[in-house]
Every structure is written in structure tokens, then in C-alpha cells.
Design a binder for this molecule. Sequence first.
Ligand code: FRU
Length: 489
Amino acid sequence: MKALLDKGNQAVDELAKYVKDRYYPAYHIAAKAGWINDPNGLVYFNGKYHAFFQHYPYDENWGPMHWGHVVSDDMVHWQHLPIALAPSEDYDKDGCFSGSAVDDNGTLALIYTGHVWLKEAGDDSAVREVQCLAISHDGIHFEKQGVVLTPPDGIMHFRDPKVWKQDGRWFMVVGARDANDVGQVRLYSSADLRQWQFEQILAQTDDPDVYMMECPDFFPLGDSYILMFSPQGMKAKGYQYRNRFQSGYLVGKWQAGSEFKITHQFAEFDHGHDFYAPQSFEAADGRRILISWMDMWESAMPSKADKWAGVLSLPRETILTKDGKVILRPIKELESLRKDEKKLTNLYLTKTQQNLELCALQSELMVNIDLTRTTAERAGLKLAASADGQQAAWLYIDNQANRLVLDRTLAGEGVAGYRSIPLPQGNTLKLHIFVDHSSVEVFINDGEYSFSSRIYPTNNDRTIYLFAENGDLLVNDIEYWALHNMSEN
Ligand code: FRU
């Protein structure tokens, strides 16, 4: 594999010469160049956070998957390491697909899917997918150990192993598509990461449209277990499930050896355009953190013109509420990126818009809106806006539909469409917003909801407007920061 890794590393350095700043993130994980999708192998190992990702180093489009690799002390400032895995063996020759990482007594073990096309490349009707192991002593160089689990009879699509240790035993969930095209999550256990035994089908979809559950993950949170996965095939239903594929979770009760009893049905994690294949891991202090791929299959990716595509979301802390909802909050470590703090209070607008003259390519905002005195038909913010306000991502309250909307129709190249959530109850609406060169992430009321969407503004102003149409907008206060580039501080 060494020669193939060297070749991949060289290729990515070559492509990186074409990368431009305009869309390239300042504080999100991305490859130096080339393609990325799912986060893989998120783990705290030997005092550092490691994140891997699905990566094609030769081109800005998806191809035979490698594992890219970054490392960090704080989950905010990430540094690139050499590519960790490249397809090299019969069992993974068409791709080292998604998987996870564990600390096995000081050895970093990666468990991933070896993917082989049995007909044409890209023909999903005939594939072979097996689970494989690779290990490392220094956390940088990995040695493949071969195949550790093959699919049961009748199953071809069998991928994305997520492994954890519990009561001295390893467990693994794997996503699968059964012989009748029903999506399921299968559970296995092992004493040594090498010999795996089937335990049970942890969950099987009852939605006849869902044919596959990709990227499963299973972990305790509060007094329950969360089974998260990325179902394929779900149809749009009103305001819900509007992306090409979804990602969400079930809440339930479980203990080893017994069935998973669902207490709360499927819910989506995020309500923006670009959030897929999330994976979780435990931070050094026990927080359960989640990171996703902040893109969507088959979406426009104008950054391809600059020889790269794909970013990962900000790390989010997961919290289970009493009513069985997983809320996501940006991790507090992100505050270390802040600079140039500004604060504005008591902003009152009526039938107008106002340029706040807050400009930075990358910024963070906390906005408190007084809902009792906001009467405008549409009121809110224009983000990453051009100086004239014509180009922007619109985040606003729709007073007639009683919803909060993120509309990226005018947010630059290639993107379109709006997403919305029911306007939360209460007198104040709290918006916590992160804007990077080609993304916006909005956390509403301390993580009750979130929107994550890619935008591709062509303007260099990236300013912020407030606006109120046909009525009033009352903003109690806005706290604003320009943000450092993560390589800068
Ligand atoms: C999810 C996914 C995984 C697979 C990987 C391939 O986005 O389709 O199921 O392992 O991407 O890159």
C-alpha cells in the first residue's frame, strides 16, 4: 500500500495548486484538494483527536475511496496528515469505504468496508462488500490486517461498520440492504476485533421506500440509546425529508443480548440542505460529539472548478432532551476562533433593510429576536451578502406560515431552494450562526433545531443585513465575531 499512498499524497499536492480561497473553508475540515465525503474513524487517541474521511486524491469527483486524515488537539484546529488508507488488495480494490476507529490498548484500529464492483464500476446491482481491519502504532501509518467479516447469504450491500467497546466486548453495527431491498442495521460482537459473531438485527425499516441504511452508529445518551443512520430511498413529506438522502435517529432502550426497544420514532438531525452520513465519538471529557459530511449526493459543487469538493460540518455536542429529541450544539472550543467582537443592541426596523456593516469572509453571530414585537411578514437576516444586498442567504421568520426559513436561492453559484422548520414557541428566538467561505450553519434556540447548507457567494463583501418586510423587526441584541482561519491562531 505504501507506494499507492505516496502516489495519492503527491496527486493531492499537485491538485492543491488549483485550490482558491473563495470557497475553501477557513475553519471546517476539507481535503487539501480532491474529493471528500463521509467523516470516518472519529476518535480520541493518545491525547489527540483524529478525523478521517472518504477521499479521492486524484480528482475533484468521487472515485476509488481512500481515507484522508486530519488531527487536532481541540477539535477546532485541524492539521493534515498523510492519507491513511488506499485501495490496494483484492478485497478493497475499488474502495476503502466508510468505517470507524477504536483505541485497542494503545493501537489505533480502523474497521472499514472493502468495496468491489462485480460488474461495471458504479453498477450498484452487483457489489461485494466486506469489513476489514487496519492497525497503527503511531496513529499515522496503518497496516492492513485483511477481511474480518463477510456478509450473510443474500446480502450484497453491507457497509460502514461502527465499532465500540462495552463491558469488555467489542460491538459493531453495519448497514445493510436485505434480499428484499429492505434497509436494516445488523449488530455483531467480538473479543478481538478479528472474529465477529452475529448478534441481532438491531433495526429494520418499516418505510417501504427505504432500501438501505448507510452509516449506522449506536451509542448511549442520557438514559437511552441512540441509533442513528442515513436512510436511502425515503420520499419527501411536506417540509420534511427534502434532500436526496436523509440522516436521522431513533431513540430507544437497549442492553447487550436484548432487543432494541424504540421509544421515539425516526427524526432528522438537521434541517438544512447539506448534512449526511454523520458519525459520533466520545470526546476526552465524555461528551458525545457528532460530525457529518456537509454536502449531499448529486448536489451542485461549484468548488469543483477549483479542484476540490466537500467539507465536514462543525463538531456538535449531542444532548438528549426529556421528550426524546437529540439536540445539537456547536462545541464550546469553537470560541477560540473568535476575534473582533462587536455588539449591537435594540435594533428596530420597520419595512426596511439595514446593512450592519459587519463584514468578514468567516464569522459567527448570536442574534436574539423579540418575537412578541416582530410583526413583519418576513423578517430576519441576509447572510454572506453583497454590499447591495442582492446576493445573500436569507434566514427569516415567515409570519404567515409561522416558520423559520433558510433560503439560499440567491446565495451564489449553483445552489437553490429553501428549507424551513416550525417557528419555535417562546418570546425570544435565539439564532447562533456560523458562516464560512461556502457554508452556513444555524443553531436555533440552543440547538433545538439546526440548518446546515452550502452556499457559493461570488461577492467579496460577505456583509450582513437585517430586513423587515411589511411590518416590524425587533432585535434585542447581536453579538458578532470575525473568525480566525484555523491555521492562523
Ligand atoms: C455514504 C456512503 C457510504 C459508503 C461511502 C462511499 O455517503 O455511500 O455508505 O461507505 O459513502 O464513499
